[in-house]
Design a protein around this ligand. Structure first.
Ligand code: NAI
Ligand code: MG
Length: 357
């Protein structure tokens, strides 16, 4: 039997609640399929670890998880610790350390859910946003001088490299080519950002020539927000810079019903390093411990993880189980329901095992 080594990093806030739920449905799938095993090891890295040790993870943290087949990640963020410390100390340290340069964010209106947009049923909104995940505006280049003085200055330098742009464009065009509509929208802002994003556009056009089956177009990021709201069916696969896609994918999640359902995969396509799977949302302090965190984003990212591992049948079964449950109206409060994390999890496990009790 195939065994996959999984590093679970629940992290902060509702992270442990949704990762716990995710591991429960993965166990149900393991039992149901009978063809693979998940060897899960949990790591207690995050804000409590920081309070104990002064770092979000140990200095050899990346080495401890370098050989796993996938990383299953909850969220980071703590009201008492600056967000840049928690984000750079753990999540971005893993994304950049393992060169997970393709961040893949599917969005769809799941069966039984409602988009805040009028007349936007299943089928009208079915997107995958590909986010450049290694450079751009989050390259980590910059600095501060003259701290505390009136003349204090801070720089935040966006880095765009030909190699970095080309590899994300190739990934996005190939993904678009694999989807039925074969349509890609390249998001840019090359009217105002006339160096990095002009290079971005040039590389997109060059890569496009290798994918003649893909119909592609270019949108300025500001106009893109309008198109997502007014004309969702005109979009399919989307590629954007680190910052632009970060913002657009939160909008996409809201248009699909809730940030609580949206998944994301941080992929190292060459598989030189493990890839990381997580819900899009953060640690959601306001609902911690209430038992109402929506686990669907975590379940959906488990589908992405199974796909990545090559367990296509298990991935498809889990996605069907998720939609069976959303269609039946078992929904957490963020989706207008009264269900709990536990009751949604139980319902998905029942749908996986085929029991109707
Ligand atoms: P957030 O995603 O934690 O919460 C935004 C809103 O959505 C809140 O109203 C929250 O209650 C709700 N929400 C989020 N996930 C939900 C779920 N599964 N079920 C039901 N409702 C849900 O974003 P926010 O408030 O901007 O950030 C909180 C902390 O999380 C910050 O420290 C931030 O830095 C961190 N963060 C971490 C991320 C990560 O680890 N990948 C991503 C985004 C934020
Ligand atoms: Mg975000």
């Amino acid at each position: 039997m195939k065994t996959y080594r999984i590093a679970a990093i629940p992290g902060d806030g509702i992270g442990p609640e949704v990762i716990g739920a995710g591991l429960t449905v993965l166990q149900a799938l393991e039992a149901r399929e009978g063809s693979f095993r998940l060897d899960v090891r949990s790591f207690d890295w995050g804000s409590d670890y920081y309070r104990r040790t002064g770092a979000m993870m140990p200095p050899d943290g990346l080495d401890q998880i370098r050989d796993v087949d996938a990383i299953f990640f909850g969220a980071v963020g703590d009201p008492a610790i600056p967000d840049d410390v928690t984000l750079w100390g753990l999540r971005l340290a893993i994304c950049q350390g393992f060169d997970q340069y393709a961040n893949v964010r599917p969005t769809r209106v799941l069966s039984g859910l409602q988009s805040p947009l009028r007349d936007c049923g299943p089928g009208a909104l079915d997107w995958v946003i590909v986010r450049e995940n290694s450079e751009g505006e989050y390259a980590g280049q910059g600095g501060r001088s003259h701290r505390g003085h009136p003349e204090e200055v801070a720089t935040e330098v966006a880095i765009f490299t030909r190699v970095g742009i080309e590899r994300i464009m190739r990934y996005a065009f190939a993904l678009a080519a694999s989807r039925p509509r074969k349509r890609l929208t390249v998001v840019t802002k090359s009217n105002a950002q006339r160096y990095g994003l002009v290079l971005w556009d040039e590389v997109a056009a060059a890569v496009a020539r290798d994918f003649p089956a893909v119909t592609w177009d270019k949108m300025l990021v500001d106009a893109m927000t309008v198109r997502m709201v007014l004309s969702p069916a005109s979009l399919d696969t989307v590629v954007a810079t680190n910052l632009h896609a970060d913002i657009l994918s939160d909008l996409a999640a809201a248009l699909a019903g809730s940030i609580g359902i949206a998944p994301t995969a941080n992929i190292n396509p060459e598989r030189r390093f493990p890839s990381m799977f997580e819900p899009i949302h953060g640690s959601a302090f306001a609902i911690v411990g209430k038992g109402i965190a929506n686990p669907v984003g975590t379940f959906w990212t488990a589908v992405q993880m199974l796909d990545h591992l090559g367990e296509d049948a298990a991935a498809a079964r889990l996605m069907t189980a998720i939609e069976t449950v959303t269609a039946s109206g078992i929904l957490t409060p963020d989706l207008g329901g009264t269900a709990t994390t536990a009751s949604v999890t139980e319902a998905v496990c029942r749908a996986i095992s085929g029991r109707n009790d």
